[in-house]
Design a protein around this ligand. Structure first.
Ligand code: AKB
Length: 325
């Protein structure tokens, strides 16, 4: 899926005016902080802004991305230079209401791209996912294998990738994105199939153990949030002329669920992790890559993960312990 790109305009790399959609989610809340600390002027939006203490002193707007008029009105008012489009329903929740997932993920992305075109947004950063892939994958999955997702979430993320590339070719929009592995952080995720990984840590700290909804040999790519945030910033700032494509695989580590359980037992002594596979979520996990090849990201914008499973465990455990207390 190599793509052509639109014209490159002059732009600033600090103090950018940035709008984040879906800012109240697992990635959004940490991304707001990361963008602010690098000097960007940040505007947050979500369906319902979070409680006052989570707003980080930032301007928040209510935004339902399924409503094109609302998206247009916010873009017209704020005139952002860069948009991080995160608003989406994840894989497990998505299977409970596929039509709503289509409306939010696919309709929402179209509305954001269209508003970006109308109101002169320079760059849109898109968060894609390992869920764009489907069964029959090789052991190490590159960027350009056929995309055959089995979930509505995956289908809409493939469509989002293609829509963004279309807006790049047709309208010169600078559209870029990463395919995220399952993410772990001190903000708990909601409705993902990769949630068993953070929940092993969190529930062990909270109640002494966790019954995982997958088999112990389940294996998908995972990443610690600081790497994910750095990827979103570094890709956004990479010189356009170096980028050979719009969407990039990024990878960090790929433990089996049993290996995560062993790691949790190291950092939370006495943790009891058991496994009771839920057929629907297990089938989704089995359709995803076991490991991602991120050599294009390494070549084009010098992407390198900094965190492995053990280092992440040592850093994350005290943070989750504070949350669980
Ligand atoms: C999910 O599990 O749906 C997400 C993802 C891997 O994109 N965390």
């Amino acid at each position: 899926m190599t793509t052509s790109h639109g014209p490159v305009g002059p732009h600033t790399t600090t103090g950018r005016k940035v709008l984040v959609t879906g800012a109240g989610g697992q990635v959004g809340l940490d991304l707001l902080q990361a963008l602010r600390s690098r000097g960007d002027q940040v505007f947050a939006s979500d369906l319902a802004p979070p409680a006052e203490e989570a707003r980080q002193g930032l301007p928040w707007s209510s935004l339902d991305v399924t409503d094109a008029a609302q998206v247009d009105a916010l873009f017209a008012e704020l005139r952002p230079e860069v948009v991080y489009h995160l608003a989406a329903i994840l894989s497990a929740t998505g299977e409970r209401d596929p039509l709503r997932t289509y409306a939010v993920n696919q309709g929402g992305t179209l509305h954001v791209l269209e508003a970006a075109r109308k109101f002169g947004v320079r760059q849109v950063i898109f968060t894609s996912t390992i869920a764009v892939f489907g069964p029959g994958l090789p052991p190490l999955v590159g960027d350009d294998v056929p995309l055959r997702p089995t979930t509505m979430y995956g289908v809409t993320k493939v469509a989002g990738e293609l829509l963004g590339e279309y807006y790049g070719r047709r309208h010169g929009l600078d559209f870029r994105g990463v395919r995220f592995p399952g993410l772990l952080s001190a903000v708990l995720p909601g409705g993902g199939t990769s949630d068993y990984a953070p929940l092993m840590y969190y529930e062990s700290l909270r109640v002494g153990g966790y019954e995982a909804f997958c088999r112990p040999d389940s294996q998908i790519p995972l990443m610690y949030m600081p790497d994910a945030l750095r990827a979103l910033v570094e890709l956004s700032l990479a010189p356009r002329e170096r980028l050979g494509r719009c969407i990039y695989n990024i990878a960090a580590f790929s433990p089996t669920a049993q290996e995560i359980a062993d790691e949790v037992a190291r950092v939370v002594p006495g943790a009891r992790i058991t496994f009771k596979p839920d057929p629907a979520r297990q089938a989704i996990l089995d359709s995803w890559p076991r490991a991602l090849d991120d050599s294009c990201a390494r070549r084009d914008w010098d992407w390198r993960p900094a965190w492995d499973l053990a280092r992440m465990s040592d850093d994350l455990t005290p943070k989750l312990a504070a949350l669980a207390a």
